[in-house]
Each structure stands twice: as structure tokens, then as C-alpha cells.
Design a protein around this ligand. Sequence first.
Ligand code: CP3
Length: 337
Amino acid sequence: MAVNTAFTDACFRRPTDYTPVWFMRQAGRYLPGYKVLRKKHEVLEIAHTPELAATVSLEPVDRLGVDAAILFADIMLVPMAMGVDVKIVDAVGPVIDDPVAGSQAIERLNAIDASDISFLSDTIRLIKQSAKVPLIGFSGAPFTLASYLIEGRPSRTWIKTKRFMYAEPALWHALMDKLTRAIGIYLDEQVHAGVDALQLFDSWVGCLSPADFRQYVLPYNRQIFAQLNKHKVPRIMFGTDTGAMLADIASVDCEVVGVDWRTDIASAQKLLPNKALQGNLDPAVLLSGWPVVETQTKALLDHVPSRTGFIFNLGHGVLPDTSPDTLKGLVDYVHEH
Ligand code: CP3
């Protein structure tokens, strides 16, 4: 299958004919086909059924003309493979009835191997049979996964997580170490199955101070990327609210850094001269009418100092009420501008 390489070329900061674009959470909740499927199947059921997951991954590629596909999965598949009982509750998100509170829960976490995620490898192989664009595999990062394990549900303060990290540093490092190993195996297996790029979602790491990020998180993210170097596929480090951490993120062995709209893209390019950048339109712009989308997109594209090594994306995931037609218009606009 001939693959459009604009996305992977941009990851390696090679010149491309146009600026490639894809959207975080493009394979999900705003898509008509996905909504129909969700009437019959739970999110985790779709993620565990290769034919369904492959269909959802491909829907935005056909409909929007994006330059990359993303695997339909969830960051909580790693803790689930480690033996944690996770439920996805509608309008809430991942819920764990028995959150991690001490050493026993950490000891109980299983190491994983490829056989624990064979369903994911099957999904990847299915997508690769028909995708005409590169396929992005992904995992949650250790901090973001630890935050769900400790909070037991989505949080916007991460107080339990921080208290655990500060008050129980030895346990924190034991937990991060176990997650790091499992994530490494999970991502290795995705490459073996055929993904063309990898993204690590550290969605909530921006809640930490830069010093705490350096001490409690950065060594694990660096370790994950360093051990992925052998695969030669481009690696994307993504987080939100990471503006104050970019000088540290520069030390991560990855090709691409994803930033959200709170970070100025030109300043980010200055701090990260050796990385490609991905971002960073505020997803709320897409709910505000086409003239706003066009003005903001033009302003962003004109503001990026170098379009070589730039991948257009939102600063975070597509919001549920976004119109697929607006996204399609945005893809065309970025390709033409
Ligand atoms: O949004 C991010 O920050 C990306 C990282 C992330 C994913 N899942 C990746 C994902 C995070 C933080 C999660 C946790 C999670 N899982 C949440 C957010 C909860 C919170 O704290 O706000 C939710 C709602 C889930 C459950 C879930 N995962 C649903 C309902 C779906 C399907 C459709 C959708 O988009 O809502 C997923 C799929 C999912 N989670 C994907 C990814 C990369 C695949 C789809 C895609 O990216 O296109």
C-alpha cells in the first residue's frame, strides 16, 4: 500500500510539499460512524475488537483527509494489561474502584508481555492493510497513568497524586518504574505489529512544577524514548501546559514535541531547535464558527517560524461537539495555506 509520507517526513524535519495535519482524538466521539457503533458496543469492547477498532481508526482518514491515522485504543489499556480493574464510565472517563494507595497495590501490578496485547497487534495489522497514511501508535506516559491509578478517576487538581509523590517517594519511584517497563513493552509490540510512529501522551504532567517534573517524571520519559530509539520510527512527546518544561523536554531522545495553545509555538521552536513541533490550535476554536477557525489557523501558520518540521494539530483532543465538516475544512485549509 502506497503511503503518504508528509507526516513522517515532517517528524524527521524533512521538507514536505504541504504542512501535514492530524488531530488528537480524531478517532472518536464526534464521528457519525463511531456514534452508531457506540450504541451497540462499549468503548473498551471496541478497543479489544480488532475489526471495530480498525474501522474507527480509518473513519477520520477517509472523511477528513488527515495525513496520519491513530490507533483506536485508550491509555488505560496498559494498567488493564497489568491486572488493574478499569471501567470507562460515560461522561466521566476511566474509573478504578480500588485505587493505588500503598506498596501492596504496586506489588500486585503485573509485568506485561506481547501476549497480553495481541488484540492490539491484530488491530494494527488490520489498519496497515488498508491505510494510505502512516499509523500512529501510542501509550499514556508514566505520570499520567499513575495519576489515574492513584486518583481512581479523572481529576483536575491531582492532589492525591502529588501527595503520594511527595510523601511516599520510594513507592512513587517503584510505581513509575513498573509503569515505565510495561509502557516500553507495550510500545515495542506496537512497532513490531507495524505502527509508523509513536506518541507518548503525558496529558496531565503540566500540573507539576518544572523542578518536580525533573525529579519525579523526566527520567522515566527519557528512559522510554531512549529504549525506543532502536526502532527508527519517529517518536512524539506530548503534554499540556508544558511551556515551563520545554528546556528539560529538549533532553528527551524524541523527534517531535507536542504542545498545547498555552505555549507560544515560536518560543517553543526556539527552545527546541532540534525537534519537530506539533500543535497547537485551541480545540474550542472549532466550536466558534468558520471565520474564527480560519483567522486563528492563518495566524498560527503565519506565526510558526519554520514550517519544515511542523505538524499541524490541535493543542489537545477534538471536543465532542465538533462538526466533522469543520475539521474537514480545517484540513483543506492547512494543506492549501
Ligand atoms: O485526551 C488526552 O489527553 C489523550 C490521552 C488520553 C487518552 N485517554 C487517549 C485516547 C487520556 C488522558 C485518556 C483517558 C481517558 N479515557 C479519558 C479522559 C478522562 C479525563 O481525565 O478527562 C476518557 C474520557 C477515556 C475514555 C475514552 N477513551 C473514550 C470515551 C474514548 C473514545 C472516544 C473519545 O474520543 O472520547 C477513548 C479513546 C481514546 N483515548 C483514544 C486515545 C488516543 C483513541 C481515539 C483517538 O485519539 O482518536
